[in-house]
Design a protein around this ligand. Structure first.
Ligand SMILES: *Cc1c(COP(=O)(O)O)cnc(C)c1O
Length: 460
């Protein structure tokens, strides 16, 4: 083995857990575009990011070269409570489909927050604590991220302030109560607590809120209160780095049983679970060591990859956050109110955006009724009640397995089962009552979002 190959082995500790996160950017020839300062149009420096994010997280965010970041022992100790997460062969689903394909899923719902988001929440909370901060602020949409962060903050003794998209705050009171049980304060967004919230309320009275708007509020509170920083559950490079634990564990488990997946599928909201799941496999593809098909699955009602533009855009509706170059529907885009399946963010991880742009990954959009149909099928065969977000990946995995049935190919499919759906029963109820409909935005709808894309000085 040549020396430069040695680091790409996944090192496992005695609990069979990876001891370092893998930074996919290190192996990308065309790197993701840097975050820009919206005022100057210049790449953001570590100094400019320091008032918003913790120091170590800024370092991780800006580092495109270091392949492995050792996971601090305190984080490994926390991971040990719910990791390694199971890699499961879906025998019953395979049988029900009558497919020659082998279907595996990596299940991240095996913790109270019910999703993969805890993997990054504990890391971000740890670095905040290590820096001597008092607390963190964030936004949450469906509530998984806020729950994960409140769990991590409770464990480390940090204050946690969550702005929850108003429609979810009202529709998901149980989520809210879980967060409060872990000690977080939860505010419906837009709120009157922030300048940006008051501005949005004045412009759009009665709005049910959006993730982008909640982000603006959380950032404002973090930057105005000493001892606080903002943390984000997806999209950012640092979050994909932490989520690489999913893919590293999956790779180690596959290597152990001598199986190589052919197709790797993940749902895509901001891109963190998908980026984490595919990381070590994509690394192999980028280095020319192995080939895989990667498929990102998104809602047809919020189609960032499949119908978005690859452009610099704000990550938030309030347009106070840095500009990221990504596939985006425009920061003003809000999915139709009948959309119940999560994955509502207007943009996409810059890392995944670049990989998709360069042809290393495919993407497809699926309609929500077909997503819930796949969820029901999965629940009835495999027993787990999946999150609607995860069910986008299930839908694509089933479609690929059925294609194998037609062609007789014995492909191995891996998909990310990112979480459980216990808090999504209002959406399930709609589906069960036959009241769920599909809304696909028209080109005209999308044009409105694109019209709001910022003009970046010196670019385009
Ligand atoms: C947040 C979430 C997603 C989508 O976020 P990504 O950053 O795209 O991974 C998917 N599944 C579940 C269960 C989630 O909570």
């Amino acid at each position: 083995m040549s020396e430069n190959k040695i680091p790409y082995k996944v090192y496992l500790n005695e609990n069979e857990m990876p001891t370092a996160w893998y930074n996919l950017r290190a192996d990308m020839v065309s790197k993701p575009a840097p975050l820009l300062n919206p005022g100057t149009g210049l790449p953001l420096s570590a100094e400019e990011l320091a008032p918003i994010f913790c120091e170590e997280l800024v370092r991780q965010e800006l580092d495109d070269e270091t392949a492995f970041f050792p996971i601090p022992q305190e984080i490994l100790d926390f991971y040990k409570m719910y990791r390694p997460s199971p890699l499961v062969r879906a025998y019953c689903l395979e049988k029900a489909l009558g497919t020659p394909a082998k279907i595996y899923y990596k299940f991240e719902g095996n913790n109270t927050s019910g999703s993969h988001k805890l993997n990054s929440a504990i890391a971000q909370a740890y670095y905040a604590k290590n820096q001597g901060l008092k607390g963190v602020t964030t936004e949450t949409g469906a509530g998984q991220w806020g729950t994960a962060l409140s769990m991590a903050c409770a464990y480390l003794g940090l204050d946690c302030k969550v702005f929850m998209v108003k429609v979810s705050y009202e529709q998901k009171p149980f989520r809210r109560e879980v967060m409060r049980t872990y000690g977080a304060s939860v505010t419906p967004s837009p709120s009157t607590e922030t300048e940006v919230g008051r501005k949005i309320l004045a412009e759009h009275p009665g709005t049910t809120g959006s993730l982008g708007c909640a982000i603006s509020e959380a950032v404002e509170v973090a930057t105005k209160n000493p001892g606080y920083r903002y943390v984000l559950g997806s999209v950012l490079n640092q979050v994909l780095l932490h989520q690489s634990i999913i893919g590293l564990e999956a790779k180690a488990a596959f290597d152990k049983i001598g199986v190589k997946p052919d197709i790797i599928i993940g749902c895509a909201g901001g891109g963190s679970n998908l980026g984490g799941l595919i990381a070590p496999f994509m690394g192999e593809k980028l280095r020319g060591e192995a080939d895989y098909r990667f498929i990102a699955v998104e809602p047809a009602s919020c189609p960032s990859f499949t119908r978005g533009k690859f452009a610099y855009d704000f990550c938030d509706t309030g347009m106070i956050c840095p500009l990221a170059k990504m596939y985006t529907l425009g920061s003003g885009f809000i999915p139709s109110p009948n959309h119940a399946g999560g994955l509502r963010f207007h943009g996409m991880s810059p890392v995944l955006s670049q990989l998709y742009h360069d042809g290393f990954m495919e993407a497809r959009a699926v309609e929500q009724t077909s997503v819930f149909e796949a969820a029901e099928r999965f629940a009835r065969t495999e027993g787990i009640l999946p999150a609607p977000e995860s069910s986008h990946a299930i839908k694509a995995a089933i479609d690929e397995a059925l294609r194998c049935k037609e062609t007789g190919e014995e492909k191995t499919i891996l998909f990310g089962l990112t979480g459980t759906g216990y808090f999504d029963l209002v959406a399930y109820q709609k589906y069960n009552d036959g009241e769920m409909s599909d809304y696909i935005p028209t080109d005209e709808d999308l044009e409105k979002g694109f019209a709001g894309l910022p003009q970046v000085p010196g670019l385009e």
